[in-house]
Design a protein around this ligand. Structure first.
Ligand SMILES: [Ca+2]
Ligand SMILES: [Ca+2]
Ligand SMILES: [Ca+2]
Ligand SMILES: [Ca+2]
Length: 481
């Protein structure tokens, strides 16, 4: 289907969208063309060394879901705060809106501290980063305040440095020390619209490996930053970040192809071997070979256009295939052709699209996907904005099952011990057995207080769920006591 020449907006695009020759690509590959992919590294390298969930979806391939045993008789064990919801107002383009709780992607960090306390850390719509004792829901440290709401998921240093990384709608991405009396900003970088396009927030979840931070900003720019972490003479953690590389994911040609400049990066980077992939709101998926990032070189080795806003984070399987999920807002010819859920083979540069699933508008509800899919035993599980949980055979692309979640299903599923769990915007947590992975079977549903919309992705640790609802509170769900 894609193996033909297509004329869009006056541009002739050769058969392979994988080798698009946008002007940006020339700009992005100043030194050389690298036509190779680093083979997959051992899983150990990609897994954080800290015990816990330290980043959105737990690892560099965004496929780590936490640990069990999951509750058989679930109940809400605490909520935070006890009475007053976490709310803040935020203004974009002179429109002010009140936001409460936390939402997309909003996954907390949960980690086992050296002092034995399991700590839950999350950014919220009250503009603060909160620190809670997982056992009690009490505060473990003073909150850290930013200048605007926090939509993304925080990252805890995967190598054990007492450092937290967080974006905010206030235009800064920050590195925060956790070894002081109060959480203390050590460094921050600003996203400016003047450097890029569209907006200046930071929603994506930073990926850290080998002292290097990979992150995209909502002005459409992809950043590679050397953190230079260390300790000072008094033993306090330090950073001395240096930007090694930055590149726009947009170009004049790409803007005319898409038809607008909403080319922000809201997804989180994916790292497969030596390549970091990032998707933008125009649906451009780019892979940067970062094996020589320390030299300031990161050539583009993959370039694919889905056709529409791709905010869901890309994931990959152990064979290096990439799964992407897009929204269905622009309703253009390209997204009609490519579909909204796709499997990509980055090694097949001439025709990387393996299969497509279409998620069209339904009953007046916008089509497409915001949730990040989950993988299990050759099946892909994808909540859709139209309110289904799709089960897709990853070999064939065949949808083997459809279950109702309720519309606006933006929370990303977790799969632990053969059970898939997912939050819904109808304010419920669901658990499904994958004993027959092609047809998930409902085990339980738990309504959350006031059935507030769950957009945030729960962090599941030792069978306990930590997540927020848009109604204003953060919850712990576990086995009824
Ligand atoms: Ca902003
Ligand atoms: Ca955003
Ligand atoms: Ca977007
Ligand atoms: Ca969108």
């Amino acid at each position: 289907m894609l193996g033909r020449i297509i004329i869009i907006s006056g541009l002739a695009l050769a058969t392979a969208y994988g080798v698009l020759t946008f002007e940006a690509q020339k700009f992005l590959t100043p030194t050389e063309t690298i036509n190779r992919f680093t083979e997959k590294t051992s899983p150990k390298k990609d897994e954080p060394k800290v015990s816990g969930i330290t980043m959105f979806r737990g690892n560099n391939t965004r496929t780590s879901y936490g640990t069990g045993p999951l509750p058989t008789d679930p109940a809400i064990l605490w909520q935070y705060p006890k009475t007053t919801p976490l709310c803040g107002s935020s203004t974009v383009a002179r429109v002010t809106k009140q936001w409460c709780g936390n939402g997309w992607t909003g996954q907390p960090v949960v980690w086992e501290r050296p002092d034995g306390i399991t700590e839950v850390i999350f950014g919220a719509y009250d503009k603060k980063i909160h620190f809670l004792n997982a056992a009690t829901g009490e505060e473990t440290r003073p909150s850290f305040t930013t200048g605007d709401i926090i939509k993304g998921s925080v990252t805890l240093d995967p190598d054990g440095y007492p450092l937290l990384y967080s974006g905010s709608r206030d235009n800064f991405y920050r590195v925060i020390a956790l070894d002081r009396d109060v959480p203390t900003e050590l460094w921050r970088i600003e996203a400016k619209v003047s450097d890029g396009v569209w907006n200046n927030d930071w929603d994506g979840n930073g990926l850290i490996e080998d002292d290097i931070l990979y992150e995209g900003s909502e002005n459409g720019i992809f950043h590679i930053i050397k953190l230079n972490r260390g300790y000072d003479a008094s033993g306090k953690v330090t950073v001395a970040p240096v930007q090694l590389f930055s590149a726009p994911t947009f170009s004049k040609e790409f803007i005319s192809l898409v038809g607008d400049d909403d080319l922000s990066i809201e997804s989180s980077p994916l790292k497969v071997g030596g390549v970091v992939y990032i998707a933008n709101s125009g649906g451009r998926i780019m892979g940067f070979d970062v094996s020589r990032a320390l030299e300031g070189v990161a050539p583009v080795v993959f370039d694919f256009w889905t056709g529409d806003d791709t905010d869901a984070t890309l994931i990959s399987d152990p064979d290096g295939y990439i799964y992407a999920a897009s929204e269905d807002e622009r309703l253009n010819a390209r997204s009609k052709e490519v579909g909204q859920i796709i499997k990509l083979d980055p090694k097949n540069k001439n025709n990387p699209l393996v299969w497509s699933v279409h998620v069209p508008k339904k009953g007046g509800v916008t089509g497409g996907v915001w949730a990040t899919p989950a993988l299990y035993q050759g099946y892909l599980y994808v909540p859709t904005n139209t309110g289904e949980l799709l089960t897709i055979n990853t070999k064939t692309g065949v949808v083997t099952n459809t279950l109702p979640l309720g519309y606006h299903a933006w929370s990303s599923p977790n799969i632990i011990d053969g059970t898939l769990t997912v939050g819904t915007c109808e304010g419920e947590l669901h658990a499904y057995t994958l004993i027959t992975p092609e047809t998930p079977g409902l085990i339980w549903k738990l309504p959350i207080k006031n059935q507030g919309c769950i957009e945030s992705t729960p962090a599941v640790w030792k069978g306990n769920f930590y997540f927020g609802s848009r109604e204003g509170f953060i919850f712990k769900v576990g086995q009824k006591q």
